[in-house]
Structure formats: structure tokens, C-alpha cells
Ligand binder design. Sequence first.
Ligand code: IPM
Ligand code: MG
Length: 370
Amino acid sequence: MTQTITVLPGDGIGPEVTAGAVQVLKTVFHLYNHDVRFVEKLIGGAAIDAEGTPLPESTVSQCAASDAVLLGAVGGPKWDRQSMKVRPEQGLLGIRKALGLFANLRPVSAYKPLLDASPLKREKVENVNFVIVRELTGGLYFGKPSERRGQNQEEVVDTLAYSKQEIERVVEKAFQLAEKRRHKLTSVDKANVLESSRMWREVVDRTAGRHPKVEVNHLLVDSTAMQLIVNPGQFDVIVTENMFGDILSDEASVITGSLGMLPSASLRSDSLGLYEPVHGSAPDIAGQGKANPLAAILSAALLLRYSLDMDEEAALIEQAVDEVLNSGCHTADLKLNTEQSVQLDTAGMTEKVIETIKRIAHVTGGAPSI
Ligand code: IPM
Ligand code: MG
């Protein structure tokens, strides 16, 4: 049966990096003889320009009917005026909500050739390998009312609301992930101040009863921000609410050398997922071939693993990225500590990954071991 991936290139460098990821996916599907088709749709600023809305109905229905969604990035100065009522970001939040993608996984791990690019000392970064599980469809991002009030609009209100069930499902997902990894879960909250955090803690403690092999600890968000710098190697799985997860994942992303490397997966209970780089649309370098496509390519690997159940194919992409970096190839954002380094543009890096995938598949005796 043909499977479908909907591609939402979006704005800025989004179209360049998703084009690279799609080429990589096509290579893998060809090698393994998988029948997968790609459908492209509009989101963000590109959709505002074409249709006046950041999330056209046809984008939502196409995504909902597909097996997985690959997204680039949204936003840019063109749509950034405070006075604008429609914003590209509404497209991103809207598609997450419309598809019910409540668990956002952001893996952070060290790449040897990038160790010296980290703002932290090498020995602090070497063993970093953790995943942030960010709640994605609740909390401050979606609380009602979010509005200016009063006759002169002198008061603003945003609401941090969570139902128990919303907390339970994301916490359960994080425990399941910890069971597949090093069995360590850090739940991050602000329970010394927020009621929603106190409920979050209760849910985590109750869920822990069903996962006796997982060691759980609770950490306040401010302390977590500090611990990510002091000792990032201590973490395995971190689970937290939407806004805390947004902030901590940007902090975590630079630990390993470049934001340009980090993929993410947004999941729900069935296999449909949305995959996107953690980096934004980087309008300052858009269209110049400078963008690093690796976060998008690694997001495509997560897509294979979580939505299409293609573990081996996902690992092939990840291995190829590893080898390409080890060989000294990099994009402008990466500073490598290898002796011979070769700087590539977006297309060059994509091509290098594809070449490497083909070579590994060839060495291992043709891809399909199935
Ligand atoms: C992210 C981004 C988005 C978010 C923005 C673009 C709305 O920062 O995916 O982390 O805050 O979720
Ligand atoms: Mg963010």
C-alpha cells in the first residue's frame, strides 16, 4: 500500500532544508523498494501570502489523511509586524493542535567532531545524550482567554490550563521512552509556585507506580536551566509542560554545538507524527544555500522510525550523518575540530549524505535485509 508524507516547507530556509530531507528520503525508499508518495502543502507566511491564512483547511485535511508530516520552519520579518492579526506561527500551533500532537520529542546528543563548537567545556558535553519530551498542545500556548482587557486595553491575560488527562498522556509517553533508554526520568515544573505544576507532580508520581524500573526525580524549571549547563550529562528523559519545554530545548540545543543539528518529532497515540527541525526559519540566510539541512534530514530519520516503523532505514540515515561529520564535512554554522574540514552548502551537504547512504547500503550488501 502506498504511504503518504505531507511536506510543509514553510518560510525562510524551510523550503531548502525540507528539499534536502525529501531527497534523502527518496533515496532510502528507492533502496528499500518502499512505495511512498509526497504531497506538498502551504503553511505559515507562505500560506498567508497565497491564501490569506497561515493554515489553510486543505493543509489540515491533507496532513490528517497522511502517514506523516515533514515541516520546515515558519515565520520571518515580512510577517512580524506587531499589528498583524494573522501570524505564521499560528499555522504551526494550529497544525499541532488540529492533529492532536501532544508529545514533542527533542533529542540532544553529542557529535564528536562538534565537541569544540559547544560553549561548554568538552568534558561536560562528551556524554550528553538526552531527550526533552515537551507537552505541545496545552498550557500557556493555548490557554483561554488570551486577550487585552479593559476599556483602554491596559490589562493582559494569558492562562496556563491543563487537564489531568492532558498531563497523563504526555507523562505516560515519557515513561515509555525512558523504559527504552537509560530508565531515568526528570520531570520539570515550578511546583513551588504553580498549581498546575503541583498537579503535574501528582500525575508523575502516580504514573511512576506503573513503571517501577524507571527512576524518577522532580526538578524545578529554574534549577533545570542551571543543571543543563552545569552537568548536562546527568539527563536521560526530561518531561515538561509546553512553555518550559520550549525554553529549555533552545538552551539544550546549543550544548552540543549547533542548533542546526537538532531534529524533533511531534507525536500522538497512533503513528501519525509531524517532524521538524528545532531551528527556525533563519530569514537572514534564506535562499543563499548556507542553511544546514542536517536537522531536517535527522527529522526525516525520526519520521521513518516513529511513523513508518522503519527502524533500519532511520538508523541508516543517522549513521550516514555521523560519517559525513566524521569525514570533516560541515556547513557554515558548524565548526569542526577535525584536521581536514570541507565546508559545503545546503545542496552539497545533502548530496554528501545521499552518497554516504548509498555507500553504506552497498557495503552492507544492498539495503534490504528484509
Ligand atoms: C518551537 C518554536 C515555536 C514554539 C514557535 C515558532 C511558535 O519556538 O517549535 O520551539 O514556540 O513552539
Ligand atoms: Mg522554540
